[in-house]
Design a binder for this molecule. Structure first.
Ligand code: SAM
Length: 424
């Protein structure tokens, strides 16, 4: 397979050429980790941050781009921690220590030998076999021991997993379940080759049992067979089926599942961020908005449904690309759609903003600030009121916060439209 040739490492052999989508993927990981470290160290009283960083498909460490050498994921992770140490301590009187433990592993012996060799020739040499643990093996087999080590070392289990498989079968759902059920603060970035899965179904489609965990069931295959010549439909259904399956089966409560397109290879890849906290989802979305136009979602960005959605076949919704014009459409749609969601989720005319974000977080490309802007509009129209933490109403012009509550006024002014979604 062509894609595997781009991930071959051997000591002394030429480095693999980096593909554009690998560069994008690494940029997202690096940028997200910058935001991540800034957020989790915001508490000025903290003096040590303990974290474990696991790269379960680490490869050999370096790539070639024209005449330059580029870092692969293990070096990207090590440098993200080094950058964070400098940035975070720049304006602190009492220094904050980042106590990071790294687990780098790969099933390929040659790749691991190459990575060890590169690390030993790098500024990280003294950390090898100390805070950098190198292991050869299948991720699935190595995971249980890694989880045991994390739990021994860290009460909170703060951890970051990079699961950069090259197809779609090497991170079985039970691995994600183990990560998210046994640790308190894990996050993961998972790649999943949608096109490899679709090609498999196109060519063969046998052996469905292994694919059920990703939402590919008999119904899916039947419909796929009827409509597989329609590329948009194929991508849309696969994307949503997998999103839905991850939501249901992984045990991570939140994820941002967006697609990357490789122009050179003409193939689609899912890059999903999984976490247990709404705030982490919001931070990841900020990276997608920042990386404008490199990520796509098929259909609307405002509020979408997941799972198999036959309406997509009929409407052939456009691609959502995190561009400025997409934001304008998203805001317009949110303003139409949010009142209904707010109403449906209220109990006794009250809804915690945090609850709203938890319920719609997986179904929108909107960052919290965009959702707040749409809610602010409702407040200014008198449709809802905002109660501050600790009581008291907020003015329509005051910033909404996650700790606020939405209250339905006892005598709404214009309730004629509230709760009714606009039907296009
Ligand atoms: C996409 S490449 C990783 C690239 C790397 N993350 C980077 O950014 O430079 C996938 C890697 O997974 C390894 N691999 C394949 N199957 C595996 C498995 N079951 N468990 C662990 N590693 C595996 C391959 O040897 C390959 O090095």
């Amino acid at each position: 397979m062509a894609k595997k040739q781009n991930f071959n490492w051997k000591i002394g052999a030429p480095l693999p050429r980096i593909e554009a989508h690998t560069e994008r993927k690494l940029e997202v990981i690096e940028q997200y980790l910058d935001v991540y470290f800034d957020t989790v160290t915001a508490n000025r009283h903290m003096d040590v941050l303990r974290i474990t960083i696991v790269d379960g498909f680490c490869g050999g460490g370096l790539y070639q781009k024209d005449t330059e050498t580029r870092y692969g994921s293990p070096f990207a992770l090590l440098y993200a921690v080094e950058r964070a140490k400098i940035r975070i301590n720049a304006d602190r009187h009492k220094p904050l220590q980042i106590a990071a433990q790294f687990y780098f592993s790969d099933a390929n012996t040659l790749h691991m030998a190459t990575l060890r060799d590169e690390l030993l020739r790098s500024e990280f040499a003294s950390q090898v076999d100390e805070s950098i643990i190198l292991q050869t093996g299948n991720f699935e087999d190595l995971l249980p021991k890694v989880l045991t080590d994390i739990k021994k070392r860290q009460r909170q289990g703060r951890s970051f997993f990079v699961l950069d498989q090259w197809g779609y079968t090497d991170v079985p759902m039970h691995c994600l379940q183990k990560i998210f059920s046994s640790l308190h603060k894990p996050e993961a970035i998972l790649t999943f080759s949608i096109d490899a899965l679709l090609n498999y179904l196109r060519n063969d489609g046998k052996g469905l049992d292994g694919l059920r965990q990703y939402g590919v069931d008999d119904d899916f295959v039947r419909t796929w067979n009827e409509l597989k010549e329609d590329e948009n439909f194929g991508r849309a259904t696969a994307q949503r089926s997998i999103m839905e399956a991850l939501r249901h089966n992984s045990g991570a409560h939140f994820f941002t599942p967006f697609m990357m397109y490789s122009k050179t290879d003409k193939r689609w890849m899912l890059l999903a961020h999984l976490s247990k906290h709404q705030a982490a989802r919001d931070k990841m979305l900020s990276v997608h908005w920042d990386q404008q136009n490199h990520f796509r979602h098929i259909g609307k960005g405002s509020l979408f449904e997941m799972g198999f959605d036959h309406r997509l076949v009929e409407t052939k919704d456009a691609l959502f690309s995190f561009l400025d014009e997409d934001e304008a459409t998203l805001m317009q749609e949110l303003e139409n759609e949010l009142p209904g969601r707010v109403m449906d989720n209220m109990t006794d005319d009250v809804l915690q903003i945090e609850t709203l974000l938890s319920r719609i977080g997986n179904l929108t490309a909107a960052q919290n600030v965009m959702i707040f802007r749409a809610l602010q509009r409702l407040v200014s129209e008198g449709e809802v009121e905002i109660e501050k933490k600790g009581g008291g109403r907020k003015k329509a012009s005051t910033m909404i916060e996650v700790s606020d509550k939405l209250i339905r006024p006892s005598q709404p002014l214009l309730f004629s439209n509230f709760g009714k979604q606009k039907v296009d």
